[in-house]
Design a protein around this ligand. Structure first.
Ligand code: ZN
Length: 315
C-alpha cells in the first residue's frame, strides 16, 4: 500500500495530519454507545508505522497514563512515518475498574478474535486485527501487574526473535525478560501476521507507578529515535537481559513481610523475607533459591500456602 493512502475505518489520513478515528464497538445495556478512539499521527515524510496500546486490561492504567502523557506533550507527532495510539483498548473494563470485559472474558486471550457470534472480547480483538494490525510495522503494548502485585519496569520478549529483541534493546528498559508468546494473546496473533509487538510491564493494577511511567515514555521516545521517526535525546541507560523467570511461592499461610524491594538483585541463600503466623506462632525465613533479581512483588501481606509472593529473573 503506498504510504500516502492510509485509510482506517473508512477515514483517510493524509501525510502531515493528526486525526482521531472512532470505532463503534457496541452500546451498553443503557444504550450508551461505546466507541474506541484511535489517534493517528502522520508525518509528511514516509517511515515506519508504530502502534502504542494501553488498557488492553481495563484496570491496568499505567499504560493509559503513558500514552495520555505522550499525546499531551506532543511526543507522538513524528518527523517521519506514522504513530497509531490507542490509550484504552478495553473501554468496558476501564469504566468498571476491571481487567476483562463485563462477562469476565480477557481480550488478551481472545485473539485473533471474531467478527460475529463471539464474545465482546473477541469482537474487540477482531477490530484490532482487522483494522489496525495490517497497517503497522511495530507495536508496544503497555501492561501492569495484578491487584497488589507490582512489576518492576520490564519488557517481555522472545529472545530468539532477533527483530523484537533489537527493538526491546532500543527501548532500554531496566530489564528485558525472555518470554514465549502466550497463545491467543495480542502479541502472538500479531506475530503470526509478521508484526512484532513489545510487551512492557510496570507497577500494579489501578495504581500509577511514576517510575515505570517515565521509563516507558523515555523508552518509547528511544524506539522512535531508533526507527528514525523522531529525533529524541533520551539519556542512555543499561538494560539487564534475563533468560528465565520464576515465582517463589509461600510455604505457609500467614503474613508475608519482604526483606527486599522491587528491582533488587540478590545472591543465592540471601534472606528475601518472612512468613509470620498471625498469632505469633510461626517465623519462617524465605531464602533465595539462586542468584537473581526481583521483577515482581506481592504487596498483600496476607497469604495462603502456595501464593505467589516474589517473581524473580535469573540467568
Ligand atoms: Zn495486562
Amino acid at each position: 500500500m503506498p504510504d500516502n493512502h492510509l485509510i482506517i475505518n473508512r477515514e483517510k489520513i493524509r501525510p502531515g495530519e493528526h486525526k482521531v478515528v472512532n470505532f463503534d464497538i457496541a452500546s451498553l445495556p443503557t444504550r450508551t454507545s461505546i466507541s474506541l478512539p484511535v489517534h493517528i499521527y502522520r508525518a509528511d515524510k514516509p517511515g515506519p508505522v508504530l502502534l502504542l496500546t494501553g488498557g488492553l486490561h481495563g484496570d491496568e492504567i499505567n499504560g493509559v497514563e503513558i500514552i495520555r502523557r505522550m499525546i499531551d506533550s506532543e511526543d507522538l507527532i513524528p518527523d517521519a512515518g506514522t504513530v497509531i495510539a490507542i490509550p484504552i483498548v478495553n473501554i468496558y473494563g476501564f469504566i468498571q475498574n476491571s481487567r476483562g470485559l463485563p462477562d469476565g472474558k480477557d481480550i488478551n486471550r481472545s485473539f485473533p478474535g471474531l467478527k460475529k457470534g463471539g464474545s465482546l472480547a473477541k469482537l474487540l480483538a477482531y477490530t484490532l486485527m482487522k483494522n489496525i494490525i495490517p497497517h503497522i510495522d511495530y507495536g508496544i503494548d503497555f501492561h501492569t501487574g495484578g491487584a497488589s502485585r507490582s512489576n518492576y519496569p520490564q519488557i517481555r520478549v522472545d529472545l530468539t526473535n532477533e527483530k523484537a529483541l533489537e527493538l526491546a534493546k532500543a527501548f532500554q528498559p531496566p530489564i528485558i525478560i525472555n518470554s514465549r508468546p502466550i497463545p491467543k494473546s495480542f502479541r502472538s496473533a500479531s506475530y503470526r501476521e509478521g508484526k512484532n509487538i513489545l510487551v512492557y510491564e510496570t507497577g500494579e493494577s489501578l495504581r500509577f507507578d511514576e517510575f515505570g511511567i517515565s521509563e516507558a515514555v523515555n523508552g518509547t521516545l528511544r524506539v522512535m529515535n531508533f526507527l528514525d521517526m523522531k529525533k529524541t535525546k533520551c539519556r542512555s541507560q543499561e538494560t539487564q537481559i534475563y533468560n528465565n523467570s520464576s515465582w517463589i511461592r509461600s510455604s505457609y499461610a500467614g503474613l508475608f513481610s519482604p526483606a527486599i524491594r522491587l528491582g533488587d538483585s540478590f545472591k543465592k541463600k540471601q534472606l528475601l523475607g518472612y512468613i509470620n503466623g498471625a498469632y505469633g506462632e510461626l517465623h519462617s525465613k524465605i531464602l533465595a533459591p539462586k542468584e537473581g533479581r526481583v521483577i515482581g512483588l506481592n504487596y498483600c501481606p496476607v497469604v495462603n500456602k502456595g501464593d505467589a509472593i516474589i517473581h524473580y529473573s535469573y540467568n
